[in-house]
Design a binder for this molecule. Structure first.
Ligand SMILES: [Fe+2]
Length: 264
């Protein structure tokens, strides 16, 4: 039976349904829940790569991820995020970020489908709602941020893990950079668009002020009351709004394989 179950802090919703037999009414409800909660997920979904990609296309155009290779020549838009039990060091994405913020047009949505995961609860993905982070900002900070832009880079603080991966896969390590407005309106709601994992600097000359503002903003963005920690099990699909949710992988030891699609 189709059911939407809001989670802690109203930051996510679990949706019970069969994505292989989705009705247009259900799809509409899913899109509306995604807008309301920023993150929705579905457990126990047996999806082929073809159905996974078809589901993704209902939300927009699957994007090329500039940094990772595709699953195979038939499915270049599905990328594989894998961690092996023998891997040392941090996992991919182990710091709060939004995907591809160093590109001019970052993807609107990111999807992950779990193929192989350790025991439930030990390899979570944590999310932080930037709708809530913005809503709870003091008015004077909202005003300060209103027209401020920042530069984001693929060689930002999170890149240690990704550079490792690129070396493995033999892709070039050219730095990508883009600047974006910090405050954006998404689906008629204001949100903070600032990826700590890729942050370089604000486009403003006041150094002392910038340092203080950055410290305040980063702390605000990831307060526990704006967060939800998603537990994975096999064959689970999650989709989130990449412009209004920060996410990070939690450290774990074990093997995990996820199939990822980003959507423009
Ligand atoms: Fe990510």
């Amino acid at each position: 039976m189709f059911r939407i179950i809001p989670q802690k802090n109203n930051v996510a919703a679990e949706i019970n349904c069969d994505l292989n037999k989705l009705t247009s009414y259900e799809l509409k409800q899913i899109k509306s829940a995604l807008n309301n909660y920023g993150l929705v997920y579905f457990r126990k979904q047996k999806l082929s790569s073809k159905s996974y990609l078809n589901f993704a296309k209902k939300f927009g155009v699957p994007a090329n991820y500039p940094r990772l290779k595709g699953l195979n020549s038939k499915y270049p838009k599905i990328t594989v995020v894998e961690r092996k039990a023998s891997d040392k060091g941090p996992s991919f994405g182990e710091q709060f970020h939004t995907d591809s913020s160093y590109t001019k047009k970052p993807p609107r949505f990111t999807m992950l489908l779990s193929k192989l995961v350790p025991a439930r609860g030990i390899a979570n993905t944590e999310f932080s709602s930037q709708y809530l982070a913005f809503k709870n900002l003091p008015i004077k900070i909202k005003k300060k941020l209103k027209n401020l832009k920042a530069i984001f880079s693929s060689a930002g603080p999170i890149s240690v893990t990704r550079l490792d991966r690129e070396n493995e896969k033999g892709k070039d390590n050219k730095e990508l950079k883009a600047n974006h407005k910090i405050i954006r309106k998404i689906n008629k709601k204001f949100t903070i668009y600032c990826s700590p994992g890729h942050f370089k600097k604000f486009l403003s000359n006041n150094k002392k002020y910038n340092k203080e503002l950055k410290k305040f903003l980063f702390k605000q963005q990831v307060k526990k009351k704006f967060q939800y920690s998603l537990e994975w099990e096999k064959n689970q699909l999650a989709i989130w709004d990449n412009r209004s949710m920060l996410h990070q992988a939690t450290p774990f030891k074990g093997t995990r394989i996820m199939h990822r699609i980003t959507i423009q």
